[in-house]
Design a binder for this molecule. Structure first.
Ligand SMILES: [Fe+2]
Ligand SMILES: [Fe+2]
Length: 241
């Protein structure tokens, strides 16, 4: 799991604009095969999204994806907070939980930027109704939060694996959007005070969505790295006994 500051994260994001660097980074965890339960839940989420919003990407679909994508990070932060109540006396465990919280809060802030900026863009280019624009994604986000939170307690690996699948889907959808809409996106600006506050200054929407695509790949990989970090912590603990 990687905990890092905003500047380092942004530098990494920019490196991933390079196709070769991104392919190498993606290859680190391409083809990872999650367990059956996260695969079933992940397929349900992704298939439902495709049925309701269409298979191809759109501003409306991204708005829904981003409403849902924030919640696993919040669930991990909440789960880590709860567990800290029971394990504060175990310094190594507390340290591991603190790493989880830091990673989750950082990613959550990043996802929040995605939803704030994308929902602002969406109203310019598509009709956003109450049901498909807000109610349905909030309904899915509610269940996703509790699935993610509960899985974290039962076997946190499953929770990370579910997020891996959702982030892979987000990465694929943004990649496809850049491919399909490059010309239009290069002619559109990103009027957002929130994005400026966050510290990103893309020249146009192509650069903006490219940076979002890169964020999702980082989230995907870091979900698997969180599993490895947890495994290493358990191994170290076992070795000390
Ligand atoms: Fe996102
Ligand atoms: Fe993400």
């Amino acid at each position: 799991m990687t905990s890092r500051d905003h500047t380092t994260f942004e530098q990494h994001n920019k490196i991933l604009n390079d196709d070769t660097a991104r392919a190498a980074y993606a290859a680190e965890h391409n083809g990872y095969r999650p367990a059956l339960l996260p695969r079933l839940l992940g397929s349900f989420l992704i298939l439902s999204g495709n049925v309701i919003y269409g298979k191809e990407p759109s501003y409306l679909k991204f708005r829904a994806v981003e409403i849902i994508a924030r919640v696993p990070y919040h669930s991990w932060d909440s789960a880590a907070y709860t567990l800290m109540t029971f394990f504060f006396f175990d310094e190594q465990r507390a340290l591991s939980l603190a790493h989880t919280s830091r990673f989750a809060r950082f990613a959550q802030d990043n996802e929040t930027m995605h939803i704030v900026v994308i929902s602002r863009l969406a109203v310019f280019y598509e009709k956003i109704g109450l049901i498909r624009g807000s109610l349905i994604p909030l309904w899915f986000a509610f269940f996703y939060f509790w699935w993610s939170y509960t899985l974290y307690f039962i076997n946190n690996r499953w929770s990370y694996e579910l997020n891996y699948l959702f982030e892979q889907h987000a990465y694929d959808q943004y990649s496809r959007f850049l491919e399909l809409e490059e010309e239009a996106l290069r002619s559109r600006d990103v009027p957002s005070d929130y994005l400026a506050w966050y510290g990103r200054t893309p020249a146009d929407q192509y650069e903006f969505f490219r940076s979002i695509r890169n964020d999702e790949l980082i989230h995907r990989n870091e979900s698997i790295e969180a599993i490895a970090a947890e495994k290493a912590r358990r191994a170290a603990k076992g070795g000390k006994k």
